[in-house]
Design a protein around this ligand. Structure first.
Ligand code: NAD
Ligand code: UFG
Length: 345
């Protein structure tokens, strides 16, 4: 039996597209809205090839409330939202703060404004481990203090969490599950979808795979003078399909009233901290392909080290990241090679 319809904002993007696959495979109907500012509509073909179902797609900007209002009129059956639409590059946000505040906050405000009148029961929000700032202790639990954000991007996630909390505490007739992702990497095992940002990649893995295949000359490692064993930054790299599956569980909890509170917050990570240099070596060992790289200066806004304690999500959601980092690196490489085969990159 078909389940409810879910609105996925930013659904042609990296995490959004993998989540649409998992939602459709779990029986949900999906409508995507995306302005294609950091993705391509061809992603929808990839989703259809994997699932056999073509999700509905609206090209539009979530900062435009008239566009969203029309979408809710056209799809009166939307019962849940997953809000991926946002600008997401930590470094870029240091140079373009207005873009980040406007895009990320106006999108969220518009959705929250329209949910009640349109009978939407819940919203899953893509938050980030950047809300912890530079944590005092690793691994980080959800109870760790929210410290001053190191970038405007991180600040938009902190403010977004506060906005959701204020709106729900003011009596809004819906729920929210806030998911704090650590660093999603890799691609769908079919290599039909993966990470393909527009322009020069800002994130480590797409830059790394584009270097490995020869599109970029060398990967810059931003800093080797951090207080870490090899001097490069440490993150918790989580497989994107593992991450996507957690969204289906979150949606199910909201729509079947299984949530324990009107707002729930979960860390989504593996629990393992991996340095940039270790990640490069894992990629090289897993694929047999060398990645030319050089050490350069630190990138403004970067956090030194952060990794998750995922125990709360493991227990309450019954969810766990299971993919190995080597398999995840192989999936990222298979995707990059598929793009080459298709003449895209
Ligand atoms: P992405 O850039 O691949 O996907 C975001 C999508 O949203 C893109 O397709 C983009 O075109 C679209 N978009 C942006 N602004 C929009 C707007 N105003 N209206 C409509 N569409 C818009 O990014 P992603 O990696 O898939 O990230 C998804 C979400 O997860 C973001 O909110 C991001 O901040 C968050 N997040 C990402 C990471 C990560 O490392 N990738 C980590 C933590 C949190
Ligand atoms: N890095 C490099 N060279 C590059 C790109 C990145 O050395 O060319 C390093 C960064 O300095 C950092 C690590 O690789 O130490 C990961 O960088 P990313 O840009 O891939 O990821 P960030 O941790 O900066 O941020 C990402 C997303 C955010 C999200 C955050 C959660 O872009 O949206 O993960 O940790 F909030």
């Amino acid at each position: 039996m078909k389940k409810e319809r879910i609105l996925v904002t930013g659904g042609t993007g990296y995490i959004g597209s993998h989540t649409v696959v998992e939602l459709q495979e779990a029986g949900y109907s999906v409508v995507i809205i995306d302005n294609l500012s950091n993705s391509n509509a061809d992603v929808i073909d990839g989703i259809e090839r994997i699932t056999g179902v073509r999700p509905d797609f609206v090209e539009g900007d979530c900062t435009d409330i008239a566009v969203l209002s029309k979408l809710f009129t056209d799809y009166p059956d939307i019962k849940g939202i997953i809000n991926f639409a946002a600008s997401k590059a930590v470094g870029e946000s240091m140079h373009k703060p207005i873009l980040y505040y406007r895009n990320n906050l106006n999108t969220l405000l518009n959705l929250l404004d329209l949910m009640g009148p349109n009978g939407v029961k819940g919203i899953v929000f893509s938050s980030s481990c950047t809300v912890y700032g530079e944590p005092d202790e690793n691994p980080v639990t959800e109870a760790a203090p929210i410290k001053k954000a190191t970038s405007p991007y991180g600040n938009t996630k902190q403010i977004s969490e506060e906005i959701i909390t204020d709106v729900i505490n003011a009596g809004a007739p819906f729920k929210s599950v806030i998911l704090r992702y650590f660093n999603p990497v890799g691609a769908h095992p079919s290599a039909e979808i993966g990470e393909l940002p527009n322009g020069v990649p800002q994130n480590l893995i797409p830059y790394l795979t584009q270097t490995a295949i020869g599109i970029r000359k060398e990967l810059s490692v931003f800093g080797d003078d951090y207080n870490t064993p090899d001097g490069s930054c440490i993150r918790d790299y989580i497989n994107v399909v593992d991450l996507a599956k957690a969204h289906v569980i979150a949606v199910e909890r909201m729509l079947t009233d299984k949530t324990e509170d009107k707002i729930e917050i979960f860390n989504l990570g593996t629990g393992n901290g991996v340095s940039v240099l270790e990640l490069i070596h894992t990629f090289e060992e897993a694929t047999g392909v060398k990645v030319p790289h050089k050490i350069v200066g630190r990138r403004a806004g970067d956090i030194e080290k952060v990794w998750a304690d995922p125990a709360y999500a493991n227990e309450v959601l019954g969810w766990k990241a299971t993919s190995s980092l080597a398999d995840t690196m192989r999936s990222a490489w298979a995707w990059q090679q598929k793009l080459r085969e298709r003449g895209i990159m």
